[in-house]
Design a protein around this ligand. Structure first.
Ligand code: PEP
Ligand code: MN
Length: 336
């Protein structure tokens, strides 16, 4: 529920409404706007009987929000959220960022070579999986903590903040101890215990859209994280399951403007998992930026033919350098 106050409402009137809401056992959060203040009501399980509040001095209107998310919505939080990660800013009005690196950390040489190369080419963050959610149990599952240590070493060498996936609630503390951004993968988008757990830490979370998740489910998943107190969430479109088999997934680019309308959280695009094919990554990465994405995340490997996971969709280092030259022109065109 959203309580919209009159333009002329005084601080005292706003305070009285908030106190009345709290007295009902609900949480009130004030949303000051350039025109007027609104008060977001959280914690109600169903419809709140608002008759008494409607009569409070200064109240203009009451809007019932039936969406399964509130804190992530623009209605409750009109101003864009900017995520700050050691010197890098992600969100509206900021130059779109590039997160690059291998699908999985494989060894010291591989991650350091990639980190140096992507940094030199202009990437702002380094990605690399240490805990890998693989489709089959007999494939490479990641180096686990050893992989996190190698990522930390790569950060020390290059200064690039690091992004890595956490797959279980039990490992949140461990992963958070090493990384700058915790990734929740597509397969875990509705692992509600994991979402709550990353909601309790104070580090940014990169939440990937589930394989068959609607936008509403995607935002409701983000709501779990915000509801626990962590508002530093970056959403990531990575393609969805459709009947199409020519690509690994179908990149749903219209999500970018839709999310920007519905939510204040930044939205980035991963064209690597969306397409599954190296040659499709650059055009889709560029399309994402033109669509208004706040960043892209791409897989890069020094020797993709030898990669232990996702080689076919990984850019080579020269391929990534070329993409960065092209995206620079797009950013110039977009005015960043
Ligand atoms: C990844 O980015 O490492 C990954 C596994 O992607 P997704 O969860 O989108 O499949
Ligand atoms: Mn991958």
């Amino acid at each position: 529920m959203l309580i919209v106050m009159h333009r002329s409402a005084t601080q005292k009137q706003i305070g009285a409404v908030m106190a009345a809401v709290e007295k009902m056992g609900l949480k009130a959060s004030s949303i000051p706007g350039s025109e007027r203040t609104a008060i977001g009501v959280l914690g109600n399980k169903g419809y709140v009987d608002d008759l008494s509040i409607r009569d409070f001095p200064g109240v203009k209107d009451i809007i019932h929000v039936s969406k399964p998310y509130k804190m992530v919505s623009r209605d409750f939080h009109p101003r864009p959220t900017i995520i700050r990660i050691i010197g890098v800013e992600i969100g509206e009005g900021r130059s779109p960022v590039t997160i690059a690196g291998p699908c999985a950390v494989e060894n010291k040489d591989q991650i350091l070579r990639t980190a140096r190369a992507v940094k030199a080419a202009g990437a702002e963050l380094l990605r690399g999986g240490a805990f890998k959610p693989r489709t089959g149990p007999y494939t490479f599952q990641g180096l686990k903590e050893e992989g996190l240590k190698l990522l930390a070493l790569a950060r020390q060498e290059t200064g690039l903040p690091i992004v890595s996936e956490v797959m279980t609630s039990e490992n949140v503390e461990l992963v958070a101890g090493y990384v700058d951004v915790l990734q929740v993968g597509a397969r875990n988008m509705q692992n509600f215990d994991l979402l709550r757990e990353v909601g309790r830490i104070r580090k940014p979370v990169l939440l990937k859209r589930g394989l068959s998740a609607t936008i509403e489910e995607f935002l409701a998943a983000a709501e779990y994280i915000l509801a626990e107190g962590n508002s530093q969430v970056i959403l990531c479109e990575r393609g969805i399951r459709t009947f199409e088999t020519a690509t690994r997934n179908s990149l749903d680019l219209s999500v970018v403007p839709i999310i920007k309308e519905l939510s204040h959280l930044p939205i980035i695009v991963d064209p690597s998992h969306a397409t599954g094919k190296r040659n499709l990554v650059p055009p889709m990465a560029k399309a994402a930026l033109v669509a208004g994405a706040h960043g892209i995340m791409v897989e890069v490997h020094p020797e993709p033919e030898k990669a232990l996971s996702d080689g076919p969709q990984s850019l080579t280092i020269p391929g990534f350098q070329k993409l960065m030259q092209e995206t620079k022109k797009i950013k110039d065109f977009l005015g960043y």
